[in-house]
Ligand binder design. Structure first.
Ligand code: ACO
Length: 333
């Protein structure tokens, strides 16, 4: 039985920075409203017209992760790509990233678990490594949210939250005990699927995309913000404690919690409920907004760079999002 050790991590965010003041020019909102309710100051928007797509950004993050791992793209045996915003309806971005990295032929799996995407992807990759099926797996979380949100006043409750970016990790099999991913717990409850969703286009209508969907704005995300908030602040602490218990560790042994960067107020509430000191809960939402499946690997990459995660650190990733889905992973660095 092998463990999956994270040996490389990288991130990529588009050059274009969009501040709250820039959003004020597009819709009826204010920097004060956004900062107070979400903690977001700016986010990045991809230049998709010039090729800054989900898989391109994922590949750039992957190149950094490979460099840190001291590996070539050709050393990767399998790809797990988490995104809710692939550049094609199908095939997935896991196939597309192979072209950027020059590694066709290996298996590639797309994970569609929204804000919990990276946890699902990491845990899935971990299972393939544990069984001995693969040695080196590239796990990517990447999103282009900016092309899919309603940047008019009608969509302001959701649009101000999201940003674009990518993060990636390289996992490798190790026989070292208590190293790498030591436990993960995954959950979903489809009863809440309409509380945060993009309804169209979808296969439930014929044809699956039409003008009416554009006119009635059902192609944009809709969210019951208060409901999401209420569930998130319960599920985050619950799944963190569940995962720690599964691994036989306690909360005070954890060096750093890296939560999905959903919203500063959610992160704040989770920190308070767990009675953790502020410095033990990583945040960077002020710079990037909510980058969905990319937010944890982007945050991890920054935490490593800042020396907050080092050899022997016990790190807990946790996420909650559309589905509803939620999960956590405990990692010994
Ligand atoms: N700018 C200015 N005013 C706005 C904006 C905006 N961008 N969006 C909404 N408003 C207005 C509303 O129209 C409303 O006006 P009204 O009182 O005249 O009707 C007023 O602000 C208050 O709206 P609420 O929706 O009640 O605002 P609330 O205080 O609940 O904050 C928010 C909204 C920030 C979305 C909050 O519900 C929240 O944090 N929810 C959690 C959702 C979340 O973070 N999702 C992230 C994605 S999911 C995930 O990653 C877990």
């Amino acid at each position: 039985m092998y463990n999956s050790k994270i040996v490389g991590v990288g991130r990529y965010v588009p050059k274009r920075v969009v501040t709250n003041f820039d959003l004020e020019k597009m819709m009826d909102t204010s920097d004060t409203w956004i900062r107070e309710r979400t903690g977001i100051v700016e986010r990045h928007f991809a230049d998709v017209e010039n090729g800054e797509t989900t898989s391109f950004m994922g590949a750039e993050a992957a190149k950094q992760a490979l460099k840190m791992a001291g590996m070539q793209a050709g050393d990767i045996d399998f790809i797990v790509f988490a995104t809710l915003s692939p550049e094609y309806f199908f095939p997935g971005s896991g196939c597309a990233i192979q072209v950027h990295l020059g590694i066709p032929g290996i298996g590639a799996l797309d994970i569609r678990n929204q804000c919990t995407g990276f946890i699902y992807a990491l845990s899935t990759a971990d299972q393939f490594i544990k069984t001995g099926m693969y040695k080196n797996i590239l796990v990517v979380g990447a999103e282009v949210q900016s092309t899919g949100i309603d940047l008019s006043t009608a969509g302001r409750d959701v649009a101000v939250l999201f940003g674009d970016g990518a993060g990636a990790v390289v996992l490798t099999a190790t026989e070292e005990k208590d190293k790498g991913v030591i436990a993960s717990r995954l959950h979903a409850d489809g009863n809440f699927m309409d509380s945060l969703a993009v309804e169209n286009p979808g296969s439930g209508t014929r044809p699956f995309v039409n003008k009416e969907m554009i006119d009635n704005r059902s192609i944009y995300p809709k969210m019951n913000g208060r409901y999401v908030f209420k569930h998130a602040v319960t599920r985050f602490p619950e799944v963190i404690l569940e995962t720690l218990a599964a691994a036989g560790h306690s909360l005070n042994e954890v060096d750093l919690v890296i939560p999905h960067q959903a919203n500063e107020r959610i992160t704040e509430a989770v920190q308070m409920r767990l009675e953790l000191p502020r410095e033990k809960v990583f945040r960077n939402i002020h710079k990037y907004g909510n980058t969905t499946a990319a937010s944890i690997p982007i945050a991890l990459s920054e935490a490593v760079e800042q020396g907050l995660v080092k050899d022997g650190s016990l790190v807990c990733f946790a996420a909650f999002g559309s589905g509803f889905t939620w999960g956590a992973s405990l990692v010994r660095w």
